[in-house]
Ligand binder design. Structure first.
Ligand code: NAI
Length: 345
């Protein structure tokens, strides 16, 4: 029976990369029935709400979403869609594997990189608790709790153990924010004691940025509060070829939403130029999560092969192909690998 998945195409380049990803996932042989719902600017214009109720209803039913980027109006009192979904569904882990693709020459890195970012996803300055005390003075509250810090620390160490990884680095600014980041670190230390086989290291966030640029190959698993995770993810994406590449997953105990790190890219939206790799790689994570291992492996292998060949890449990674041409190349590669097996069945 086909597995139902909520598809939120989103805004800007979202629908372009979502359509490309749906084509590639179907070509890879996954048995999926998509439940397509709108959130974001489209939804606001059409239904008067950034997140209509049917989005929550669909995610409640399917428990799994594949999401394109969504725009949140900067002014006007709207809460970010991502923040709202993460809070409502308890998606406390933001999981972002940052890996090099074969053949891709990036400006900053000529060593193979394979690091995984665990970003706390529900609190910190993203709590959205801001107010004006007196005209000209505003306050933004940074919330760090024992509960949320323990959950994200444990998720990172459990992943490290499960995947046979060797090191977890906690990133913080506890020298200045002694109470809040201090609590985060205390939790990471407490959890690290339960995983003696895994090296545990701490780095102050500014130093971590410099080390990531100078010696990125030294990093393995990184765990950090929400805002540092947002910034470090983009920095790390830049090391492996940019935002068009890096996938992500927002996971909780009962739900998961898979989405790329990048935003709506308004500068290239509607032009057929967007790189769908990041959402396709997010779909690979999703397929693995729901147990569709063979389609996941096929799609990942096809992506690697298209990058290794280097003939049909999009402009952001140095090629000249459109979104459609890149997607056709991925699908052709999947078909090339699948055909002999099917003939033999
Ligand atoms: P952005 O990620 O949309 O764009 C940054 C740069 O990267 C742009 O030059 C863009 O063209 C390029 N880029 C991003 N993804 C690409 C892709 N797949 N292929 C080729 N080039 C790509 O970041 P920006 O401009 O800061 O944000 C634009 C909007 O996106 C804002 O409204 C923001 O709130 C929203 N956003 C939404 C996210 C989400 O829904 N997950 C995440 C980040 C931002």
């Amino acid at each position: 029976m086909a597995r139902q998945i909520t598809l939120i195409p989103g805004d800007g380049i979202g629908p372009e990369v979502a359509d490309a990803t749906v084509r590639a996932v179907e070509a890879a042989g996954a048995s999926i029935e998509w439940e397509r719902v709108e959130a974001g600017e489209h939804a606001l214009a059409e239904y008067g709400r950034l997140i209509p109720d049917e989005v929550y209803a669909s995610l409640e039913a399917t428990r799994i979403g594949l999401k394109g980027p969504t725009a949140t109006p900067i002014a006007g009192g709207h809460q970010s869609i991502n923040v709202a979904l993460r809070k409502k569904l308890g998606l406390y882990v933001n999981f972002r594997p940052v890996r090099m693709l074969p053949g891709l020459k990036t400006r900053y890195c000529d060593v193979p990189l394979d690091m995984v970012i665990f970003r706390e996803n529900t609190e910190d300055l993203y709590a959205g608790l801001e107010h004006e005390i007196i005209p000209g003075v505003v306050e933004s509250l940074k919330i760090i709790t024992h509960n949320a810090s323990m959950r994200i620390a444990r998720a990172s160490f459990e992943y490290a153990r499960h995947e046979g990884r060797s090191k977890v680095t906690a990133i913080h600014k506890a020298n200045i924010m002694k109470l809040s980041d201090g609590l985060f670190l205390k939790c990471c230390r407490e959890v690290s004691a339960e995983f003696p086989e895994i090296d545990y290291q701490e780095l102050i966030v500014d130093n971590a940025c410099m080390q990531l640029v100078m010696r990125p190959e030294k990093f393995d698993i990184l765990v950090m509060p929400n805002l540092y995770g947002d910034i470090i993810s983009d920095l790390a994406a830049g090391l492996v070829g940019g935002l068009g590449i890096v996938p992500g997953a927002n996971m909780g105990d009962h739900h998961a939403i898979f989405e790329a790190v990048h935003g709506t890219a308004p500068d290239i939206a509607g032009k057929g130029l967007a790189n769908p790799t990041a959402l396709m790689q997010s779909a690979v994570l999703m397929l693995e999560h729901i147990g569709e291992r063979e389609p996941a492996a096929r799609l990942q292998a096809a992506l690697r092969q298209v990058y290794a060949a280097g003939e049909h890449l999009t402009g952001d990674v140095g090629g000249r192909a459109s979104t459609a041409e890149f997607t056709d190349a991925v699908i052709a590669e999947i078909a090339r690998v699948r055909e002999p097996a099917e003939v033999g069945d």
